[in-house]
Design a protein around this ligand. Structure first.
Ligand code: PMP
Length: 428
C-alpha cells in the first residue's frame, strides 16, 4: 500500500473538510520518544505531538506499561455505572492541583465535550445562554463549542445554542495599535450594559492555541472576569492546550493571570494520546446541572489509567520546568536564526512556540509561504504545526520530555527549511 493509494482512499472515504498536512500527506507507523517514522521508513523529530497531545512522548515505558497492565485485566470499558478506580484517583490528583475552590471533576472524551459540559453547567446555573468569548478563540467542533469559537473559518454554522458577545483579545485588528486593557474592559462593560441579559460565562484560552499561540495581555483576564462576575457569570478557562505544565510556568495557563476560575476544561495532553478530557470546577457550578447526564466512555478504565500514569510522570519529572527551559532554548535559538527575512515575530509560552511567516518583501502574513516551510521542515526531518488568523504561523509544541540536543536539531532543520522554502531574495 503506497501513500498515494492511501490518499485516494482517504479522499473517497471522508468529507472534504477532513484535511491533512502537506501536498503529499504521510502516515505515521511507529514512534519512540520524540521521534516518529512514516510509511516509507523516514524518521522525523515530532514537534507537534499530534496537536499538543503526545504530551510526554511516544512509548514511554511507565505509561505504556500501565496501559498494558490495564489491558491485561480484560477491562477496557465498564461505563460509569460502575466504580472506576483509576478515574477516582485521577479526579483526586486534579482536585489537588486545579487551584479551584471546592473542586469536583467530570471526565469526557475530548476538548469539545469538556467545554460543552462547562458551558452546560454555566447555562443551568445562570438560567441564561449568554456567553462572552474572545476574538480569535477556538473551543471545539460541536454545535455549542463552535458557536463560541470566533477564529475565522472555524465556525461552520451561524446557528448555535448560545448568544455570544465577542470581547477583544487585546491584539490589534489591522494596522492600528492594539487596544489597552482599560479600553477592552470598558468596551465589554458598555456592551453588556446595553444588553442587560444575565451572563452565563466568560470562556477563555489563557494562550490562544489555534490562533497561533498568542497570550493575553497582563490584566485583561482579570478585568474581564470582574465585568462578567458583576453580571453573574462564571469564568471557564479552556486549558485544552495550555494545561499540564505546557506553558512552562505553572500547571495551568490561567495561573499567569492572577485569577481563580470557576472551571478548568482539559483534554489533549492528559492521556498522552489516549482519548480523555474533562472539567474540574467548583462543586456549586457543576452541581448546577439539573437533571441526569452521563458520558458512557468518559474516563474509561483504559483512558483513565493512561491519564493517571501521564499526570504522575508529569509531576514526578517536573516537566513544566522542562517546558520552560526547552521553550526558552527554542525561542532564543529561533531569534538567533531570526535574521531570515521570512520570519516575522517569534513568541513562546513554555513549549508553545510560534513563528510568524511573512512575505520578505512586504512583511505581510504569508500563508502560502508558511505551507511551504511546513513541508520543507518535514523534508528536513521535522514535523511542526500551523495556525494563526490567516494560517501563516508555524506552531512548535514537542512532547515535554524533549532534550536540549533535540531542540538544537529542530532549530537546524527549521533553518534549512526556511532557506529551502523561502530563498532570501537578492538585496534583502
Ligand atoms: N479547546 C481548545 C483550546 C483546543 O485547542 C481544542 C482542539 N484543538 C479544543 C478545545 C477541542 O478539542 P477536541 O478536538 O478534543 O474536541
Amino acid at each position: 500500500m503506497t501513500a498515494q493509494d492511501l490518499v485516494q482512499r482517504h479522499r473517497a472515504a471522508f468529507p472534504r473538510w477532513v484535511g491533512t498536512y502537506y501536498p503529499d500527506p504521510i502516515a505515521l507507523r511507529t514512534a519512540e520518544g520524540r521521534h516518529v517514522t512514516d510509511h516509507d521508513g523516514r524518521r522525523y523529530l515530532d514537534f507537534f505531538g499530534g496537536i499538543l497531545t503526545t504530551s510526554v512522548g511516544y512509548a514511554i515505558p511507565e505509561i505504556r506499561d500501565a496501559v498494558a497492565a490495564q489491558l491485561a485485566t480484560g477491562i477496557v470499558h465498564t461505563s460509569t455505572l460502575y466504580l472506576i478506580e483509576p478515574q477516582i484517583a485521577l479526579a483526586e490528583r486534579l482536585r489537588a492541583i486545579a487551584g479551584v475552590p471546592d473542586p469536583v471533576a467530570f471526565f469526557v472524551n475530548s476538548g469539545s465535550e469538556a467545554n460543552e459540559t462547562a458551558l452546560l453547567a454555566a447555562a443551568c446555573r445562570s438560567g441564561s445562554n449568554h456567553v462572552v468569548a474572545l476574538a480569535d478563540s477556538y473551543h471545539g467542533r460541536t454545535f455549542a463549542t463552535s458557536s463560541v469559537s470566533t477564529l475565522a473559518g472555524w465556525r461552520p454554522s451561524p446557528f448555535g445554542p448560545f448568544r455570544v458577545t465577542v470581547a477583544a483579545n487585546g491584539r490589534a485588528d489591522g494596522d492600528g495599535p492594539a487596544p489597552s486593557v482599560e479600553e477592552c474592559a470598558a468596551d465589554l462593560q458598555r456592551r453588556l450594559d446595553a444588553d442587560r441579559a444575565p451572563v452565563a460565562a466568560l470562556i477563555v484560552e489563557p494562550v490562544q492555541g489555534l490562533a497561533g499561540f498568542h497570550g493575553l495581555p497582563p490584566g485583561l483576564l482579570h478585568a474581564y472576569r470582574e465585568v462578567v462576575a458583576a453580571r453573574g457569570g462564571v469564568l471557564i478557562c479552556d486549558e485544552v492546550q495550555t494545561g499540564w505544565g505546557r506553558t512552562g510556568r505553572d500547571w495551568w495557563g490561567y495561573q499567569a493571570h492572577g485569577v481563580t476560575p470557576d472551571a478548568i476544561t482539559f483534554a489533549k495532553g492528559l492521556g498522552n494520546g489516549l482519548a480523555i478530557g474533562g472539567v474540574v470546577g467548583t462543586r456549586e457550578l457543576l452541581d448546577s446541572i439539573d437533571g441526569r447526564t452521563i458520558s458512557t466512555f468518559g474516563g474509561n478504565p483504559l483512558a483513565a489509567t493512561a491519564a493517571l500514569a501521564t499526570v504522575d510522570y508529569l509531576l514526578d519529572h517536573d516537566l513544566r520546568r522542562c517546558a520552560r527551559d526547552r521553550g526558552d532554548q527554542l525561542v532564543e535559538g529561533l531569534r538567533r536564526h531570526g535574521g531570515h527575512p521570512a520570519v516575522g515575530a517569534v513568541r513562546g509560552y513554555g513549549l508553545m512556540v510560534a513563528v510568524d511567516v511573512v512575505n520578505p518583501a512586504t512583511g505581510a502574513p504569508d500563508p502560502a509561504g508558511a505551507q511551504r516551510v511546513l513541508t520543507a521542515a518535514r523534508d528536513h526531518g521535522l514535523l511542526v504545526g500551523l495556525g494563526g488568523r490567516s494560517g501563516s504561523t508555524l506552531r512548535l509544541a514537542p512532547p515535554m520530555t524533549v532534550t536540549a540536543g533535540e531542540v538544537d536539531t529542530a532549530l537546524d532543520c527549521l533553518d534549512s527549511a526556511l532557506h529551502a522554502a523561502a530563498p532570501v531574495p537578492a538585496g534583502i
